[in-house]
Design a protein around this ligand. Structure first.
Ligand SMILES: O=C(O)CCC(=O)C(=O)O
Ligand SMILES: [Fe+2]
Length: 217
């Protein structure tokens, strides 16, 4: 429980932050599910960038497997296994997230996420500024955070430089970006190790789940 709950904030048009959106029970359920999804086959791995460098963040995908810079039904850059399915309950959580972030039940109804990227950050992991643009659909991205807090840098749609807004994302926070912000550059310059609440079942690190509509079939 936070002593001073933070309010819903529109960071940019179409980009909404809802602090503490997930109950502790749901956070626990998601942590357990992430642990399961992380197992091989088609488990957690650090993607290799075209430069040859590995990402410091480790990722497991559901629904469609993402690797720089495309989607596939199989883990083409890893063990070749079929990607794990995206559970219906997680897609439903995504619909609720969009409805509540935009205070628009119809926007929630029509949201059909079919991809989830589950990212695990250890104390040293970070994510450079990038756009989520490998999806054909321009439906919103739903982001759920668990464990350690982080600095989430939300930039502009033109380039990876300023102007940007640094948002503190804590465990249970929801961030939705769609509409005019759907192609905004964003990244995670740092996490805040040791800030996680162990009662959700995570003793170290940060998890982030993004839900997306691929627009593919
Ligand atoms: O970890 C985050 O909060 C952002 C993750 C992200 O931008 C992505 O997976 O594309
Ligand atoms: Fe992203």
């Amino acid at each position: 429980m936070e002593l001073f709950p933070r309010p819903r904030t529109e960071i940019a048009p179409g980009a909404v932050h809802l602090p503490g959106w997930l109950s502790l029970d749901l956070q626990r359920r998601l942590v357990l599910a992430c642990r399961d999804w992380a197992k091989p086959p088609a488990g957690l791995r650090a993607a290799r960038l075209p430069s040859g460098a590995r990402m410091s963040v480790r990722t497991v995908c559901l629904g469609w497997h993402w690797y720089p810079y495309r989607y596939s039904r199989t883990v083409d850059d890893g063990d070749g296994s079929p990607v794990k399915p995206l559970p219906a309950w997680l897609a439903e959580l995504g619909r609720r997230a969009v409805a509540e972030a935009y205070q628009d039940p119809a926007a929630g109804e029509s949201y059909r996420p079919d991809v989830a990227l589950v990212n695990f950050y250890d104390a040293d992991a970070r994510m450079g500024m990038h756009q989520d643009r490998d999806e054909v659909s321009r439906a919103p991205v739903v982001s759920l955070s668990l464990g350690d807090e982080c600095v989430f840098r939300f930039g502009n749609t033109e380039n990876r430089n300023r102007p940007w807004t640094d948002v503190e994302l804590g465990s249970g926070d929801l961030f939705v970006f769609g509409g005019a912000s759907r192609l905004a550059y964003h990244g995670v310059p740092r996490t805040r190790p040791g800030t996680a609440d162990p009662s959700i079942g995570m003793t170290a690190g940060r998890l982030n789940i993004t839900l997306r509509e691929s627009g593919m079939d």
